[in-house]
Write a protein that binds this ligand. Structure first.
Ligand code: COA
Length: 373
């Protein structure tokens, strides 16, 4: 069987960062405005007042300290609370493509590949900017790649599922060298007026070059030893945005058309699923958890990652084993585990093994075991 490698990775970080304190201040101003506007209904008991958010809660419950965003001003304006992202003309490169291209160019450079050598572009992310034409095809055209491209969405697990799809396409002979790109403008699907979730997400883009090991030019490649994927339906993380919203004028703009979750239930149900997928994957590969030098896990919640790693290892993980980026990037959906891989893989030596795992809505879980070439 053809050995497949990740020969390069790339990361685009937006220019603006929002701290918890800044976010909470804007949210609490919104709460004051709302409660003042509705003081009569609140006084006669027909409306429940909104409650303040707090930085202490956010850091304790999630481990998130700040997040990067494509626009800060619109999010922090208590009268608006959504990013200002101007619409672009059809002839202009779309924003999702723009940040995807920035990450892809870095990945190509690291892989020592030219764009014209890429014959498959997969854009794998949680939120696609439009129905069609595919963002991947726009990027293919913009970079000058050959072959074909398509978009796919497995929510937070999109990156690992995308890597699997790229590896399969190369093994089957449909492609020789692929780009898997994860542009995530999560701030546009986040409800900044929802106390339970306004702090969760951040914007970013990541990219990976996936190709056959034979012919790979990179000096920092990782061989894909194996992958395992699992999905199991759940409504606990859901977003009802879609093309049929237009058919229901009354509910078109309601809050269920943005991200929402039952965080507690997700915690309880998803963690055992993640644990069992990774455990079974290691068993199938005849590996022990301790054979894995690095765990690049999905970056949603610090406690969740510490819990998952502790369960696998039978002890507390150290910082080298379990790199954390969610403190400064927040949850970047599909891109989280790839950011961790991009920033924390250079020091691994030939033969060292690492495990990338994504998990989230669906539910969906992906596990990919890598070995430094
Ligand atoms: N500020 C202050 N208090 C808040 C708050 C905020 N922003 N948001 C909620 N609270 C309060 C709640 O009202 C609740 O109060 P109560 O105990 O008086 O009822 C309390 O804090 C606990 O709320 P809860 O939602 O149960 O918190 P949690 O400990 O479960 O943490 C998450 C919330 C979302 C951080 C956590 O559940 C999580 O990360 N889950 C996993 C999510 C995940 O991985 N999703 C994948 C998405 S891709």
């Amino acid at each position: 069987m053809t050995d497949i490698v990740i020969s390069g990775s790339g990361l685009y970080t937006p220019p603006h960062s929002i701290s918890n304190d800044e976010l909470v201040q804007a949210f609490n101003q919104y709460v004051d405005r709302y409660n003042t506007r509705h003081k009569d209904e609140i006084a006669d008991g027909t409306l429940t007042p909104l409650e303040y958010s707090s930085s202490e809660f956010i850091i304790k419950a999630s481990g998130i300290k700040s997040r990067f965003v494509v626009d800060k001003e619109g999010i922090l304006d208590p009268r608006r609370m959504r990013p200002k992202i101007p619409e672009r003309a059809d002839e202009e490169l779309s924003l999702l493509s723009e940040i995807g291209v920035a990450a892809a160019e870095q990945a190509l450079e690291r892989a020592r590949r030219k764009a014209e050598e890429i014959d498959l572009v997969i854009v794998a992310c949680s939120n696609l900017q439009r129905a069609y034409p595919a963002i991947a095809i726009e990027i293919q055209q913009h970079l000058g790649c050959s072959g074909y491209g398509y978009d796919m969405n497995v929510a937070c697990s999109s990156a690992t599922f995308g890597m699997g799809a790229a590896a399969d396409a190369i093994r089957s002979g449909n492609a020789r060298c692929a780009l898997v790109i994860n542009p995530e403008i999560t701030s546009a699907h986040l409800n900044f007026r929802d106390r339970d979730s306004h702090f969760i997400f951040g914007d970013v883009a990541t990219a990976l070059v996936v190709e056959a090991e034979a012919g790979c030019r990179s000096d920092s490649a990782f061989r894909i030893l194996g992958s395992k994927f699992k999905t199991q339906f759940s409504n606990n993380i859901r977003n009802n945005f879609g093309f049929m919203n237009n058919c229901h004028a009354e509910t078109r703009d309601s809050s269920d058309k943005l991200f929402r979750q039952n965080g507690r239930k997700v915690f309880k149900e998803l963690l055992p699923l993640v644990g069992s997928v990774i455990h079974e994957h290691l068993q199938q590969m005849q590996l022990q958890a301790s054979d894995i030098k690095r765990y690049w896990l999905h970056q949603a919640n610090l406690t969740m990652n510490l819990f998952a790693a502790k369960k696998l290892l039978g002890r507390e993980p150290n910082e080298q084993e379990l790199p954390i980026v969610l403190d400064r990037y927040a949850n970047t959906s599909s891109a989280g585990s790839v950011i961790a891989f991009h920033l924390y893989s250079d020091d691994l030596q030939p033969g060292d093994k690492g495990l990338m795992s994504s998990f989230g809505a669906g539910y969906s879980v992906g596990s990919v075991i890598l070995e430094r070439c």
